[in-house]
Ligand binder design. Structure first.
Ligand code: ZN
Length: 64
């Protein structure tokens, strides 16, 4: 099983990446809970609130 990790800056979830495709950050955590899938960030209020510009999976909570 692949352990997905979430970007600490914008919460973008990746399976294997050194740099976040959404914000370019390079710090990740595997301690996250829940996620939302954003398909059209330009039409999503949540995406705007969270500063999401790319479609993808985003963690709702980072626990560490
Ligand atoms: Zn990020």
């Amino acid at each position: 099983m692949i352990k997905e990790k979430a970007c600490r800056t914008c919460r973008f979830i990746v399976e294997d990446a050194k740099v976040c495709p959404n914000c370019g950050g390079n710090t990740f955590t595997t301690f996250w809970r829940g996620y939302i899938v954003i398909t059209k960030p330009e039409e999503s209020e949540i995406a705007k609130k969270m500063g999401i510009t790319k479609p993808g999976k985003f963690a709702l909570r980072l626990s560490r």
